[in-house]
Design a protein around this ligand. Structure first.
Ligand code: DX5
Ligand code: ZN
Length: 222
C-alpha cells in the first residue's frame, strides 16, 4: 500500500493550517515537513515554531526531514514541538558512531528514526545502520528546493535497500522525496517503496484528493 506524504514546502504559508487540513481531508497519510538551514542545503525554510503551531491542526504523523548540519542538536526540541518521525542526512557525519548514537537518541525520544541520502550517496552506505532504522528517505532530487525534476536513477537505490533489509529480516519504511508527480509516480511505484513525498504535485493540484489517488495508482472514478 502506497502512502502519500505531502511536503508543506509547497503550501501557502499565509494559510498553512488550512492547507494542512485540506490535504488531510484529501486523504494524505503523513505530513512531510522540510527543515533547511542554508548551510547543509542552499535554502532556508521553516523550523521549530512552525511545527509547534501546526501540531494541533492535524492528527496525521509529522514526518520531519532535517536538511541541517549537526541535526542531533535539535532532536529534543523537535520531539517537544510534535515531530513523530525524525529524519536527518547521512552526509552530516562520516563517523558511524555518531550516526548510530543519533538514531538511538531519536528513538529514545519516542520518535521513528530515519536517515536520508542525497542522489550521489550510494545505497550501501545505509546498510550498516539498517538495524537501527525505522525509515530510509531516498532523495530523488538534490535537497534544497521543491518543484524540481526527478532523477530517475535514484529509484534503483530503493530496491537495493529493500533487498538488503529483507535479506536481514528487517522492514524499514522506504520513502522517496523529490519530483514525484502524476507522470513520474508510475515508475516510482514499481521501485518497491511504500511512501511518496510530494510537494508541488499535491499542493499545486486543483483537486488534491484526485492527485493523491493518482499518485497512489488508484483508478479514478472507479
Ligand atoms: C526537497 C524537499 C522535498 C520537496 C519535494 O529538498 O526535501 O520534500 O519539498 O518537493 P516536490 O514534490 O515539489 O519535488
Ligand atoms: Zn523532504
Amino acid at each position: 500500500m502506497i502512502q502519500i506524504a505531502p511536503s508543506i514546502l509547497s503550501a501557502d504559508f499565509a494559510s498553512l493550517g488550512n492547507d494542512i487540513r485540506r490535504i488531510e481531508q484529501a486523504g494524505a497519510d503523513i505530513v512531510h515537513i522540510d527543515v533547511m538551514d542554508g548551510v547543509f542545503v542552499p535554502n532556508l525554510s521553516i523550523g521549530l515554531p512552525v511545527v509547534k503551531c501546526v501540531r494541533p491542526v492535524s492528527a496525521l504523523p509529522f514526518d520531519v526531514h532535517l536538511m541541517i548540519v549537526e541535526p542531533w542538536k535539535y532532536f529534543e526540541a523537535f520531539a517537544k514541538a510534535g515531530a513523530d518521525w525524525l529524519t536527518f542526512h547521512l552526509e552530516t557525519s562520516s563517523d558511524s558512531g555518531v550516526i548510530c548514537a543519533a538514531l538511538q537518541k531519536i528513538k529514545s525520544l519516542g520518535m521513528k528514526a530515519g536517515i536520508s541520502i542525497k542522489p550521489a550517496t550510494p545505497p550501501e552506505e545505509v546498510f550498516p545502520f539498517l538495524d537501527e532504522l525505522d525509515l530510509v528517505l531516498v532523495m530523488t532530487v538534490e535537497p534544497g528546493f521543491g518543484n524540481q525534476k526527478m532523477i530517475p536513477e535514484c529509484l534503483k537505490k530503493v530496491g537495493m535497500i529493500r533487498r538488503e533489509a529483507e535479506r536481514r529480516g528487517l522492514s524499514p519504511l522506504l520513502s522517496i522525496d523529490g519530483g514525484v508527480n502524476a507522470a513520474t509516480a508510475e515508475t516510482a511505484r514499481a521501485s518497491g517503496f511504500v511512501i511518496m513525498v510530494a510537494g508541488s504535485a499535491v499542493f499545486g493540484a486543483e483537486e488534491p484528493a484526485q492527485m493523491i489517488s493518482l499518485l497512489r495508482g488508484e483508478s479514478l472514478g472507479g
